[in-house]
Each structure stands twice: as structure tokens, then as C-alpha cells.
Design a protein around this ligand. Structure first.
Ligand code: CMC
Length: 437
């Protein structure tokens, strides 16, 4: 394969098929930043070959203007803004506005957006009955998949994907109702009454209120905790074409309604290699138990015969520290200090990070802590059970899914997602009657 990037108008790579001697020029496409991509859309029509890329390690699935990651440099940008700046200076709803609309809101736009989201936070009363069908010990992510998928049966008036107004209403509903739905999943599991949202509270405050209030007494919301919660939401808001976002896009590419698409995203997020990792990190730290046991667990992580992996470490795109992990590490110190929590797991996590980052195996493979490594420690300090960690990820990621889904629907080059395969099964053979098999 030869690239011609001489700037003389011939921006393409040449693919030579040595079995036939044929060559094909494939156009190179450039974005505003990041590596160029080879446009293989006509590859099959022109060569009779498909590309083969399990796990899509070398495949761009769409054009997008929303999020950019430079994995080598450890940079994450939303609409051009650094995640560190957004986490420091913005509220989660400002970031939602940015992801959905492309720009940070002006003061009146911010007010109006906050008002819109606030006034969509209640869920249909009938939805409460839906919860009661679940076992009390159901994992809250199982409840999330069911309830979010069921929203399409409650909100028919925002399921026409070809109507921009309905798409907008569905987007607002999803972002607004997710904290209510998530807190209800928690309340149901602990046998407490559901708590209605309050319009005088911020998005993060309201979620804390609905999760931790009980009717007999008011839950005092610590501003540090509310800020940490808001920051966790910001840090999880979007992450370009990750597994769950790609799932949402593929589900949406068939024309499925937005609630069904987001339920598909939640299902994908649940896995321990993706959003389930924050829960897995805490379980792992508890299992390690003491810093003396770290070498034993590192050896397990390095052993190819052992399925154990160091949870919260490594990333498909980041080959440097995940910038979100840096913000979270700092936040963990602040929250634990404010709450007066002396969690030995924080010390254990820091020691594990230190030892892993000095280990040849992790250095060679560029495995650094990712967003999930410290988030669980903060969430635990706030009072969330581990089973809720991935639910919080889903809550925060909803805006990213919704923004990417909207972008996909309005992309003129959008077609149903339909990958091909390398078939390795039987070739055609004759049917054998049952008594002759
Ligand atoms: N512990 C031990 N070895 C690891 C780890 C780990 N956490 N992550 C990757 N490796 C090794 C892997 O065995 C492979 O080694 P070798 O080259 O000798 O075969 C090499 O590093 C490359 O790994 P990979 O599996 O090819 O990388 P991937 O891009 O397919 O997987 C990942 C990325 C995030 C699934 C993986 O690093 C992992 O399983 N990490 C632990 C789970 C985790 O923390 N997930 C959260 C990701 S961030 C939040 C999110 O996106 O949801």
C-alpha cells in the first residue's frame, strides 16, 4: 500500500492485489484533526474484497463533530473544548447543551435549557408499576435496560425519528428522566419509597435528593458532593465511537425509536470491559484487600492463562493517562476529605497504580488508569452501592448517546449499519435425512 500525500491533488493510497496484479486507488479523507482515513466505501464494488477488522481497531464508522480523542497525548475534547476545562468551569447541563447543540450556551440559553430539562424530570405515574414487576434483588442495570426501553410505550408522541421536533423532545426527556429512573432503580432495590424530583434543585442535587432522601427527613446536600457528582457526570458525558455509542448508532440506523436505541446502549455499557468496569474496580480492590497482595494480583493480570485483568486499567484509544482519570483522582481526594471518609481502598488504589505504572508489562503495553479507576471510590464515599456505579455512568452517558444518535439521523451519508464477515463455515452441502445422520 503506497500513500501519495504530496499535496498535488492526489490524496489517495494505492492498494495492489498481488494475486491479480490489479491496483486500486482509494481516496484519503482528512478531518479537522487526527489521522486521515482511507475511504473504502467502494472497495467491494471495485475489487470484490471486504476489509476485515474485528473489534474495529482500524475502522472509522462515521463522520462526527462532537468529540475528539488524541489517545497518544491523553487529550479529550468535546466540540473543541478540553475535558479538564469543562470539568473545572461548567455545569453538567452546560456540557449537555454543548454536546447537543455544538456551542456552550449563552446565559439566557443556559437558563432556558435548564428550565426545559427540569420540567421533564417527572416520569409517567404508571411507570412506577413497571418497577414493581422486578425482583427486589434485580441488578439496577437490568432495571435500567427494561425501564428505558419501556419509555417508548409511554411517550409515543416523541418516537417519530423523522420529525426534528419530536427528536428534540425525546432527547430532552431522556436526559431529564434518567436521574429519576436511576434513583427509582436504587430506591426499589432498598425497599424505600420513590422520591419525586424537585424543580428548585440542580441536576446533580436533584439526583442526590431523589436517591438519598426519605420522606421522614430531609437529605442535606453537601455542595462539595453535588459538585463532585456533577463533575462525574461531565467526565462520562461522551467518548466518541465507543462500544455503547456505536451500539446506539447501529440500533438507530435501522430507524428504531430513541428510547429503544438508548436501552441498547445501556445493555452494551453494562459489560465489565466497558461501563461495568467501575463496579469491577471496587470488587477487585476489595478482593486484593491489602497492599501486600498487590504483586499476586499483578502476576494474575499478566498471566495469559488467567482471565483476570487489572480493572480500570488500559483503554482501546488512550495510550497515555486517561485525562478523566486525572480529574477524578483529584476529586477523590477532595470528596473524601470533605466527607471525612478515610477509605483504605483509596490508598490501596494509589499503591496499585504506582506499582502497575512501574511494571514493564504495563509500560510496554501503555496501560494506564482509565476513568473507572477512581470513580468508584468517590461514588462509594458518597454512599452509592457498587451495583449503582454503572447506572451512574449510563445516566451521564445518555447525553452523549442522544447527541450521537441525532448526528447520525441527520447525516446524509447515514445508511443502516450492516458489517460483512469472513465466512469460515461449511460450504454448500446436501441435506442429510435424520435417520442417516
Ligand atoms: N490488565 C492486564 N492486561 C491488559 C489489560 C488489563 N486491564 N488491558 C489490556 N491488557 C493487555 C492485553 O492482555 C493485551 O496484551 P497482549 O498484547 O500481550 O496480548 C494488551 O494489553 C492489549 O490489550 P487488548 O485487550 O488488545 O486491548 P483492547 O483495546 O482490546 O481492550 C480494554 C481495551 C479497555 C477492554 C482493556 O484494556 C481492558 O479489558 N481493561 C480492563 C477493563 C476496563 O477498565 N474497562 C474500562 C475502559 S474505560 C471506560 C469505558 O470505555 O467504558
Amino acid at each position: 500500500m503506497a500513500a501519495d500525500n504530496t499535496g498535488n491533488g492526489k490524496d489517495f493510497v494505492t492498494l495492489v492485489d498481488h494475486s491479480t496484479g490489479n491496483s486500486h486507488d482509494l481516496p484519503l479523507m482528512g478531518g479537522t484533526t487526527g489521522p486521515k482515513v482511507i475511504d473504502v466505501r467502494k472497495l467491494y464494488a471495485e475489487t470484490g474484497h471486504f476489509t476485515y477488522d474485528p473489534g474495529f481497531t482500524s475502522t472509522g464508522s462515521c463522520e462526527s463533530e462532537i468529540t475528539y480523542i488524541d489517545g497518544d497525548a491523553g487529550i479529550l475534547l468535546h466540540r473543541g473544548y478540553r475535558i479538564e476545562d469543562l470539568a473545572e468551569h461548567c455545569s453538567f447541563l452546560e456540557v449537555c447543551y454543548l454536546l447537543l447543540r455544538g456551542e456552550l450556551p449563552k446565559p439566557d440559553e443556559k437558563r432556558e435549557f435548564e428550565q426545559t430539562i427540569t420540567y421533564h424530570t417527572m416520569v409517567h405515574e404508571q411507570l412506577m408499576n413497571f418497577y414493581r414487576g422486578f425482583r427486589r434483588d434485580a441488578h439496577p442495570m437490568a432495571i435500567m435496560v427494561g425501564v428505558v426501553g419501556a419509555l417508548s410505550s409511554f411517550y409515543h408522541d416523541s418516537t417519530d425519528i423523522n420529525d426534528p421536533h419530536q427528536r428534540m423532545i425525546a432527547s430532552h426527556r431522556l436526559i431529564a428522566k434518567m436521574p429519576t429512573i436511576a434513583s427509582m432503580a436504587y430506591k426499589y432495590s432498598v425497599g424505600q419509597p420513590f422520591i419525586y424530583p424537585r424543580n428548585d434543585l440542580s441536576y446533580a442535587e436533584d439526583f442526590l435528593h431523589m436517591t438519598f432522601s426519605v420522606p421522614p427527613e430531609e437529605y442535606k446536600i453537601s455542595p462539595t458532593v453535588a459538585r463532585a457528582m456533577d463533575r462525574i457526570f461531565i467526565l462520562h458525558a461522551d467518548h466518541e465511537q465507543n462500544a455503547s455509542t456505536s451500539t446506539v448508532r447501529i440500533a438507530g440506523s435501522s430507524g428504531a425509536n430513541p428510547f429503544a436505541c438508548i436501552a441498547a446502549g445501556i445493555s452494551c455499557l453494562w459489560g465489565p470491559a466497558h461501563g461495568g468496569a467501575n463496579e469491577a474496580v471496587l470488587n477487585m480492590l476489595n478482593e486484593i484487600g491489602h497492599k501486600d497482595n498487590i504483586p499476586k494480583f499483578l502476576a494474575k493480570a499478566k498471566d495469559k492463562e488467567d482471565p483476570f485483568r487489572l480493572m480500570g486499567f488500559g483503554h482501546r484509544v488512550y495510550k497515555n493517562v486517561d485525562p478523566r482519570a486525572k480529574v477524578l483522582k483529584k476529586s477523590a481526594d477532595e470528596v473524601l476529605a470533605e466527607l471525612g471518609v478515610d477509605d483504605p481502598l483509596l490508598e490501596l488504589a494509589q499503591e496499585l497504580e504506582r506499582i502497575a505504572r512501574e511494571d514493564e508489562y504495563f509500560i510496554e503495553r501503555k496501560l494506564f488508569p482509565n476513568v473507572d479507576f477512581y470513580s468508584g471510590i468517590i461514588l462509594k464515599a458518597i454512599g452509592f452501592p457498587t451495583s449503582m456505579f454503572t447506572v451512574l455512568f449510563a445516566l451521564a452517558r445518555t447525553v452523549g448517546w442522544v447527541a450521537q444518535w441525532n448526528e447520525m439521523i441527520t447525516d446524509p451519508s447515514q445508511r443502516i449499519g450492516r458489517p460483512r464477515q469472513l465466512y469460515t463455515g461449511h460450504t454448500e452441502r446436501s441435506y442429510v435425512p435424520i435417520d442417516q445422520r
